[in-house]
Design a protein around this ligand. Structure first.
Ligand SMILES: C[S@@+](CC[C@H](N)C(=O)[O-])C[C@H]1O[C@@H](n2cnc3c(N)ncnc32)[C@H](O)[C@@H]1O
Length: 258
């Protein structure tokens, strides 16, 4: 095991030495696949990702129904989780912020906004902000809800990321982290064959780059098991923390209340 793997509790793409180089490698990786990210996502997940985003958005319906609530979708990428929140909130719902540190991913989100939200309804268009989840440009106690879909696992420092989320949440505010997990039993066996053998090959073929789709199963394997992640959430300052498995535990929603 390399020194970086022992010191950093977070994503460690191949060759990364520390938090800074791991973050840069993650950003470069997503920037390199940004043009084909959506297509690959839907093909490789058989479109189940859409169900997961919508289920997560439904979980927070009561916050999204408050027009003056402040909502942040962290690691928003090309914006699909943000758009699911938008749909759940409806036209009169609160203004949404989507934040990501890859400019190319945000550009895709911006151009999708034009198709997804009517130009007559400018206030429904999310704000897209280039920001690092480990050092957010927002004041303390600002948001009622922070979500992150399939992004948190890529942070180079999980505890640092959780502390930032707690910092920007209002007391009583909620956080929803949707991410992959490793299912157990027969489903787990089939899933591992697909995730480790099939997905990296198909991903590399369709995207033209090998790294990101080899990194994906590795990052899921390194991500803490639900019980450990819940302990980390409590240590970071969440009063309540729960995990709900989605689709046999292939993914799941971590929910925390400050
Ligand atoms: C797998 S994509 C998920 C995108 C989107 N949320 C979705 O569900 O499709 C992960 C995203 O996390 C972003 N990301 C990773 N680390 C980040 C960090 N430290 N700060 C901000 N964004 C980050 C990447 O740039 C990428 O767009």
């Amino acid at each position: 095991m390399s020194t970086a793997r022992k010191l950093v509790v977070g994503a460690v793409p191949e060759g990364a030495q520390d938090i800074g180089s791991a973050s840069r490698a993650v950003r470069e990786m997503f920037t390199s696949i940004a043009p084909r990210y959506d297509l690959l996502n839907h093909v490789l997940s058989f479109n189940v990702d859409r169900l997961w985003w919508h289920r997560t958005a439904r979980t927070f319906a009561y916050i999204l129904a408050q027009p003056d609530a402040r909502i942040l979708d962290l690691c928003c990428g090309t914006g699909d989780m943000t758009f699911a929140l938008r749909k759940q909130a409806g036209k009169s719902g609160p203004r949404l912020l989507g934040a990501d540190f890859s400019h190319a991913m945000l550009e895709r989100a911006r151009s999708k906004s034009r198709d997804k939200v009517s130009p007559d309804d400018k206030s429904a268009i999310p704000h897209w902000i280039e920001a690092d989840a480990l050092c957010l440009p927002f004041p303390d106690q600002h948001f009622n809800l922070v979500t992150s879909a399939f992004g948190f696992r890529n942070l180079a420092d999980y505890d640092g990321g959780l502390r930032e989320i707690v910092r920007v949440l209002r007391p009583g505010g909620e956080c929803g982290i949707l991410d992959f997990s490793e299912p157990k039993g027969v489903i787990g066996h089939l899933y591992r064959i697909y995730f480790k053998q099939v997905l990296p090959r198909v991903g590399a073929m369709l995207s033209g780059v090998r790294g990101p789709y080899a990194y994906l199963p590795d990052s899921v394997e390194r991500f803490p098991e639900p019980q450990e992640m819940l302990d980390r959430m409590r240590s970071a300052g969440f009063r309540e923390a729960t995990w709900t498995p989605y689709t046999f535990g292939i993914a799941g929603l971590y929910r925390g209340r400050k």
